[in-house]
Ligand binder design. Sequence first.
Ligand SMILES: [Fe+2]
Length: 399
Amino acid sequence: MWYFYSPTIVFGPDSLDFLENIKGNKIFIVTDPDLVKLKLVDIVTDKLKELSKQYMIFSEVEPDPHEDTIIKGAEKCKEYAPDLIIGFGGGSSMDTAKSIWAFYENDRPDFGVDDFHPFQDLNLGRKAKMIAIPTTAGTGAETTWAVVITRIKEDGTNIKLEQVNKELIPTYAIVDPVFTKGLPPKLTAATGFDAVAHILEGLISSWKNDFSDALGIRAFDLIQKYLPRAYKDGSDEEAREHMSNAATMAGLCFGNSQVILGHSLGHVLGATFHVPHGLAVGLFLPYVLQYCLNDPENDEAKEILGRASKMVGLADWSDSDGAASKKLIQGVKDLQKQVDFPQAIKEIGISKEDFEAKLDFMGEMCLESGAGVMSPRSADSTMYKKLYQYAYDGKDVDF
Ligand SMILES: [Fe+2]
C-alpha cells in the first residue's frame, strides 16, 4: 500500500491572500534575521495586521539550524501559545518551525529532537496548524516530512541529523513568488540546484513511484527552462513563478520517494566545511548519477534517467537508454554552467590539504546519513571517499 503526502498547497502570485481563509488569530512566526532586516517578513505581518490577527516573531534561525535554537524557539512558542505557526524563509526557517511545532504540541520535559522518528506519534495539530511560506525556490521543505537539524557533539564537531516523521508535514504551504523576486543570483542558482537534486535523486530512489515520477519530470522540465532566466534576471516574474512551483513539485517528488547518496555526501560536506546545502548537493549530482549509472548489477537507473532525458528533450526518442542517460548528465552540467555553478569541490575554496585531512572522517560520517538508504546503488565508506575525491578534482566517475 502506498500513500502520497502533501500539505494543502496554495500557489501563484497573491497566494498570500489565502491567509484570510485559515482559522487562527494568534500566530507565531519563525524566520531568520536577514528576512527581518530585508523587511520581507513585513509582507506577511502587514497582511496579518490587515486581517486583525496577533503575531509574535522568533527570528533567531541560523543557516543549518542548531538543536539549541529549536529548543529556544519552542520555549518562546509555548509562552506565546499560538493557534497558528508560520515557518517563513528557506529550508532552515521552515525546518525550525516544523520542529518547534512538534515541541509545542508535545510539552513534556523528556521530549526531544530524537523523538522525531517514523514510529513516534507526535499528535500534531491539536494546539496549532502550521503554514510554511518559502522565500527561496529550492528546498521543498514546505512539502516534506523531514527536518535537518545540526547537533554540536561534545567533541565540538557538527552532525546533521536527518529526522523524519510523517506528521511533520506543514498543514498548508503558501508558495507565493513575491518572496523570491529579490533573491540574489547565487542563491537562486544554489537553491534551484537543490531542487534539481531532489528530482533526479528522487526519480531513481528505491521508493520512487508513479506520483513522485510525474511531479519530478515536470518540475525538471520547468527548471531547465526557467532557472537560467531567473538567474539572469531576478525580476522575471514568469521565471520566478515557475521556479517556485517547480521547487515545490520537486519537494513533493522527493518527499514521497526519497533522496539518495548525493544528499549524504552534501550533508556531510556541508556540516564539515559549512557549504550551503544547495551548493553541496547540486555539485555532487552529476557524480552521484554517474555512480548509479555505472552499477554493474542494476540497469534500472539507466532506464529511468534515459526516459527522463527523452521526456524533457535532452535526448532523442531513438537514443538507447545508456546514451540518453549520459545526455541527461551532460544536460545537468550545461545547466550548471549557465548559472555559473561550481562543478568541483576545489572550486569552492576548500584547500586540498583541509579536504584530505577530513576525508576519512567524512567517509565514515556518510554511513550515518539516512539519505543513502534508498540509493539504488549503495556505497561503503571507501566508495564515499572515492566519490569525494573525484568530485574534488572534477573527474567523471569511472567506477
Ligand atoms: Fe535538499
